[in-house]
Ligand binder design. Sequence first.
Ligand SMILES: [Zn+2]
Length: 297
Amino acid sequence: MELKAAFPRPDWLKMIESILTEPGRLGDYYHAFHNYSLGNQALAVEQLLMRDIEVSPISSFQSWKLKGRRVKKGEKAIGLWMPFTPRAKPGEVKGSDRKVDPSQLTPTVDGEKRGPSRMAFMMKNNWFAFSQTEVDPHAETPAVEPMKAEMSWDAQAAMQKLGITEVPFAMVGGNTQGWALPTAKQIALNPMAQLPHKTRFHELAHCLLHGDETVEMVDGSDLKKSIKEAEAESVAFLCCSALNLPGLAEARGYVQSWLGHSTTDREAYKKSAGRIFSTADKILKAGLNVNAEVAHG
Ligand SMILES: [Zn+2]
């Protein structure tokens, strides 16, 4: 079924562009936001920077309360893109007409159809950064300082979780860095790949996004010009940014070429922007190890 967009959706294209301009930014803050989807992380960082608020972990009003903190007077909430169950129309089954408690929502990002068919998304202004809060002297629980998460990304765990297998790279010649066979959920990486992480993210993205491709999608160090390559390379760019891995400069040039030239390219790319965020998020979450969070300093 089709859902009418009742709320303006975030401009994911703009989010990608701002990360392209400052690729280090996402990685600098990823540890503070890893519980949220990548799209929502980008939204949160963007709003905090725009309002000149120190970027720091975010929680809902209620969650801060449970952590012994309170939102400072006059602080305005930041908005995230959240799923909700729309009100049932008269005559429809009762039970779907429930009010959504924003603190119970699972942070996610739009761009793919999952969950119940009536799932819709809206911007919900319900979050505050740590720097917008203060210790609540009347709180029942003593306030705790937020912890800085130590994170690593495990390629093998991610592959297994995503149901994608790596097969030996058997391709002679050329500058082929890797390939993906999406229908078989297989990828292969050149053992001599210049940027193995970036290539892996790129090939995983092909498997997740282009499941109808029955032939190998072969990637050289210079990518072919097609929207599917732009999608996969953008996913690789976002993953490398979040994890502070090398390859940003290389991915960036290709992605920018889609945004800078013709209006047609830009329009095609714009349609993909939400999918790009949700796919990068899926890949990151599948391999993310968040070790015992360590205190600042
Ligand atoms: Zn490719």
